[in-house]
Ligand binder design. Structure first.
Ligand SMILES: C[S@@+](CC[C@H](N)C(=O)[O-])C[C@H]1O[C@@H](n2cnc3c(N)ncnc32)[C@H](O)[C@@H]1O
Length: 280
């Protein structure tokens, strides 16, 4: 279990709220406190023309939103499992926008309970929205991705999303997770995986190292950058069972997603990976 990471969800939750992406019910005192704590780092880096943590977070969030909306509108996806959803408002927002969408948010038990309380106080989500418990590291059992995917409609195209999870695990664990996701998606007529990707080659430079150290201290553990570059991540996604992998640069999608901070957006990439149904 990796509940040590859970407080970071309060920080990102604060960022989504401050940028008008969620309901006031998503506000937490932990999030506000953390945001105040990191504010000088963001301000310092911005003053030097560098990336801000919030700029990187918003770029990844908006691009994942865009790719998901595109897959929904194309008729490719009508069910979503968002793994490690934390206090993200994406499921709330997307089910309000697409009422026919089935959306399952999943997180460790403590965070899942917290999310249910937040949602109970917010404007209602869409009609087919749920919060369940998962351990993204579980190979089997009720809280595994396989079990959760097994409870969805096999006849509908499905997406799995992770945002802000991969870098808290060593590369080998991330690849194990990808293997389980690819296997879970293969049971559906179409299956797509969306996630941000931060590789070592994009995390060079003082501002990024400062953010990384701050985050590492905060979660009392590693923040891993085990994929040296995009090519290595592509290779591992293929080995994990994804048949088609696109890696997007948020700056290439700036027209579609609206205002993004270029210095931050340049430091991250977004994975859009697909499995062929029933492939072995
Ligand atoms: C940085 S937060 C990201 C939250 C959300 N995706 C967002 O972008 O706002 C990381 C999340 O991962 C969750 N998490 C950590 N370990 C997990 C695991 N083994 N299985 C599922 N979720 C996990 C934490 O509880 C937390 O909500």
């Amino acid at each position: 279990m990796s509940s040590r990471i859970s407080p970071t969800a309060h920080y990102t939750g604060r960022v989504w709220l401050e940028h008008g992406l969620s309901d006031p019910a998503f506000a937490t005192t932990e999030g506000a406190r953390l945001h105040r704590l990191i504010a000088p780092l963001n301000a310092g880096s911005r003053a030097l023309g560098g990336p801000t943590l919030d700029g990187m977070l918003l770029a990844r969030h908006r691009v994942i939103d865009h790719l998901l909306a595109r897959a929904i509108e194309a008729g490719e996806v009508s069910q979503v499992i968002e793994v490690a959803a934390g206090l993200s408002p994406r499921g709330w927002r997307m089910t309000r926008r697409y009422p026919a969408l089935r959306y399952v948010e999943a997180d460790l038990p403590g965070m899942a309970a917290r999310k249910r309380r937040v949602l109970a106080a917010a404007e209602p989500a869409g009609p087919d929205h749920d919060v369940v418990e998962i351990d993204a590291l579980a190979d089997e059992g009720d809280h595994s991705i396989g079990a959760i995917a097994g409870r969805l409609d096999r006849g509908r195209g499905t997406a799995i999303i992770t945002e802000g999870l991969l870098n808290y695990f060593p590369g080998a664990q991330a690849v194990g997770m990808w293997r389980r996701f690819a296997a879970a998606l293969r049971r559906f007529p179409s299956g797509v995986y969306l996630s941000e990707l931060t590789v070592a080659a994009d995390a060079r430079g003082v501002p990024l190292q400062v953010f990384r150290l701050a985050l590492g201290a905060f979660v009392r553990g590693g923040v891993y950058l085990d994929f040296p570059d995009e090519l290595a991540a592509r290779r591992e996604l293929a080995v994990a069972g994804f048949d088609a992998v696109e890696i997007h640069r948020p700056t290439d999608l700036a027209d579609e997603v609206g205002a993004i901070e270029r210095a931050g957006a340049r430091r991250i990439k977004i994975i859009e990976a697909r499995v062929a149904p029933g492939a072995t």
